[in-house]
Design a binder for this molecule. Structure first.
Ligand code: UDP
Length: 192
């Protein structure tokens, strides 16, 4: 795979449009995919946590979330196309789910934030089949994973902050064929 190395993290080098074309294809074929949107904090944290680095580099897509990554790539002499943020990817996935009438499960953030996120999706993207949601402050993974398996979502959006969300996705992604993405604090912004 053609990836660009920034301090050990292996980034995909797409334009946002190319990335979206890959996602469209993945959704149409109901592929199992794991997206990491890596900002400079994630790169630095992966540098110190080899288990986390391995999880990041084993993801299907590692996207440069932040101008710091683009600048870093330029100064290392391996320029990348453009920044692609987690927030914009979240929006693209929800818009695409609305267009293609897909099933979405959302996990993470505080109870009031995930509820507001669910309400925003229902109101602004009425053709999304929102199959379930849960806040990000739970002790037992099992009931949540069981629900995801039962509801068969096309897309699972996980907002537990890094590295927790990437550990969670890496552990459970093969229980359900979907596009899985860690979206950090995006629900706090999206719902507001
Ligand atoms: N979060 C969560 N469970 C946790 C820790 C964090 O659901 O155990 C949520 C938090 O409410 C926020 C998101 O994860 O919506 C991102 O958290 P934070 O800002 O700490 O992480 P970052 O954005 O740096 O990944």
């Amino acid at each position: 795979k053609n990836r660009i190395d920034i301090l050990g993290t292996q980034f995909d080098n797409f334009t946002e449009k190319q990335f979206h074309q890959h996602l469209d294809y993945d959704l149409d074929t109901h592929a199992n995919k794991f997206i990491v949107t890596a900002n400079p904090e994630i790169v630095l944290s992966a540098r110190k946590d080899s288990k986390f680095l391995k999880i990041v580099n084993n993801a299907d897509y590692v996207i440069p979330d932040g101008i710091g990554i683009i600048k870093g790539a330029n100064s290392l002499g391996t320029p990348m196309h453009e920044r692609i943020t987690g927030f914009d990817t979240l929006k693209y996935l929800v818009e695409t789910a609305n267009r293609k009438l897909l099933k979405v499960y959302i996990l993470g953030a505080k109870p009031e934030v995930i509820k507001a996120t669910a309400e925003k999706i229902k109101h602004d993207y009425p053709q999304v089949d929102l199959v379930g949601y849960h806040d990000g402050y739970f002790k037992d993974d099992k009931p949540i994973v069981d629900e995801i398996v039962k509801k068969k979502p096309d897309i699972v959006l996980v907002a537990l902050g890094y590295p927790k969300q990437e550990y969670f996705i890496n552990k459970y992604r093969y229980n359900a064929d979907a596009i899985w993405i860690g979206v950090g604090g995006s629900f706090d912004v999206f719902s507001g």
